[in-house]
Design a binder for this molecule. Structure first.
Ligand code: PBG
Length: 321
């Protein structure tokens, strides 16, 4: 026998030495929910261990994330009042913008404070854009809202805007609006290949989304791989500084394609349903929770993600110490 691959698997030290991929704290990003008017953090029942923060608990969470050495946080706002156009999103005193100011002050540049740029948290119908008179999501009218939202977020201090709405032309529109307002240095993360997924289920509870129906007219069909590449290419062409594949686990092929072709960093979002599945199975003793978490994030890195948004970012960073 000439080939004996087991030689390199014999001891923990040898396996560590030949590991092809590792996860670093610096490439982990924590999604953070902030709820308007909350006096106590509110647990999210379908995401054990994750809460909707108050402004006060947000401060502590940012300090903890910075201490853990993770690369960034992604802020989501949960407003008290929602309306048809998502007015709270463009109100400088809206929850997401207030939270951004607080997070930036607390982070002191130890990590990158990022904001979700999408309307669904703020609209009473729960869609990622505004609706036309027939109730369909109006692409170009939504772009006008995104442009406004981007400028308000930049003015609140956001250090990177994440465009998760899946409207056509959203990266170009937001780039133009930011540049016009003088914010030429704010990078754009394009959620380029974002699929219409069942795995966003718990997120809907986290942001108290009132969505009825689904997002299939704008998010990608899970059947389509080539179309994922097309969306990546379009976002890059429109000026995205980073592109995203989302969810992660069921879309590792799309992620690998993007990693092979993209000239800009490729990130992946391990979404709420992926979190909930491992937490539930772990709590039941059906799988080893810690190993499953480590393996799931490592798998996403191995498939080609340069960074991973994960609700375990801080806990995982502590294990990596
Ligand atoms: C839309 C948005 C969603 C998520 C992040 N941004 C929900 C959706 O598109 O339905 C889901 C994240 C998760 O499930 O963890 N603003």
């Amino acid at each position: 026998m000439i080939e004996r691959p087991r030689r390199l698997r014999a001891t923990p030290a040898m396996r560590r030495l030949v590991a092809e991929n590792r996860v670093h704290a610096a490439e982990l990003i924590l999604p953070v929910f902030v709820r308007e008017g909350a006096s106590e953090p509110v647990p999210i029942s379908s995401m054990p261990g994750v809460v909707q923060h108050t402004l006060d608990s947000l401060r502590r969470a940012v300090a903890e994330a910075a201490d853990a050495g993770i690369g960034g946080i992604m802020l989501f706002g949960v407003p008290e009042h929602k309306d048809a156009i998502g007015s709270g999103a463009t109100d400088p005193d809206g929850i997401l913008n207030v939270a951004t100011r607080i997070a930036v002050a607390e982070a002191r540049d130890a990590l990158v404070v990022q904001t979700d740029l999408c309307l669904d948290e703020f609209t009473d119908h729960g869609h990622c854009g505004v609706l036309d008179e027939r109730g369909r999501v109006d692409n170009d009218a939504s772009l006008e809202r995104y442009r406004e939202m981007a400028v308000v977020q930049a003015e609140a201090g956001s250090q990177l805007v994440g465009l998760s709405g899946m409207m056509d032309g959203q990266v170009a529109a937001v780039r133009d609006a930011l540049d016009d307002a003088g914010h030429i240095d704010i990078p754009i993360l394009g959620y380029a290949a974002k699929y219409a997924s069942a795995f966003y289920g718990p997120f809907r509870e986290a942001v108290q989304s009132s969505l009825e129906g689904d997002r299939r007219t704008y998010q990608l069909d899970p059947a389509n791989r080539r179309e994922g590449s097309r969306e990546i290419d379009l976002d890059v062409a429109e000026g995205a500084d980073i592109v995203m594949v989302k969810p992660a686990m069921s879309y590792l092929d799309v992620l690998a394609d993007a990693a092979a072709s993209s000239p800009v960093p490729v990130w992946a979002y391990q979404v709420s349903g992926e979190y909930a599945m491992i937490e539930a199975a772990g709590a039941n003793g059906w799988i080893d929770r810690r190993r499953a978490i480590e393996e799931s994030v490592l798998g996403i890195r191995r498939a080609g993600a340069d960074a991973v948004l994960t609700y375990w970012a801080v806990e995982l960073a502590a294990w990596l110490r």
